[in-house]
Each structure stands twice: as C-alpha cells, then as structure tokens.
Design a binder for this molecule. Structure first.
Ligand SMILES: [Zn+2]
Length: 120
C-alpha cells in the first residue's frame, strides 16, 4: 500500500472516529438530564416506560456496538502507524481494496471474517 493510500484510509478512519465520539458525547449530554427526570414523578406513565426501554437499548447499543467499533477504529489507526494496515489479522493476506473502501477499519479479510461469523 502506498503512502497516499494509507493517508487516505487514515483520514476515513479519523473522520469515522470523530463522528462516533461526537455522537456518543451528544447522546450522553442530551440524556444526562432526561435520565434524572425519569427517576422522578413521571416514571409510572406509559410514555416514560417507553423512554426507559429506549434508554436501555441505547446504553446497550453504545456499550457493545460503538464501544467495539471505537476499539476497532483505534486498532486500525495503530496498524497504519506500525505498517500492518490492510493485512488480515488472521491469515496475514492483504484485505481487498473494495472491503477497505466500505469498512476502512476492517481488521480481517472477508474470508476470515466469514469463517468467524459462520462458526458463531
Ligand atoms: Zn484472512
């Protein structure tokens, strides 16, 4: 992979990472007030039960999916630094450009990723 290509993917990953961090931050800020209210007098209303459920789903979503995504983005940036970016973590074969274009933080090639998903 050329320097220009690395730079290109680094920018993609950086942009993804920043927007993810911002999204998590915005969500935290807008919900810190709401969750205080949810513990108050309105919590027995049906409408607020709905909000509670959504709150839990969101927490789960950020704890699992985005937490993992953030970790993968960090790993990808690390791999750009140490020169292993674009190589599959499992089999060490180059990951296709198409795949990196779609998922710039991909750490495994499509066939290793496929195996993993099938075996679960
Ligand atoms: Zn592989």
């Amino acid at each position: 992979m050329t320097k220009e290509e690395l730079e290109y993917y680094k920018n993609l990953i950086d942009a993804k990472r920043n927007s993810l961090l911002k999204e998590m931050d915005d969500w935290k800020n807008s919900h810190s007030e709401e969750s205080n209210n949810a513990d108050g007098q309105y919590s027995f209303h049906m409408a607020d039960q709905g909000t509670d459920t959504m709150d839990k789903e969101y927490k789960y979503y950020f704890a699992s999916l985005d937490g993992e995504l953030l970790h993968e983005l960090d790993q990808a940036l690390e791999r750009i630094e140490n020169g292993t970016y674009g190589l599959c973590m499992e089999c060490n074969q180059p990951i296709s450009k198409d795949r990196l274009e779609a998922i710039p933080h991909a750490l495994k090639c499509i066939s290793c990723k496929g195996h993993e998903e099938l075996s679960r």
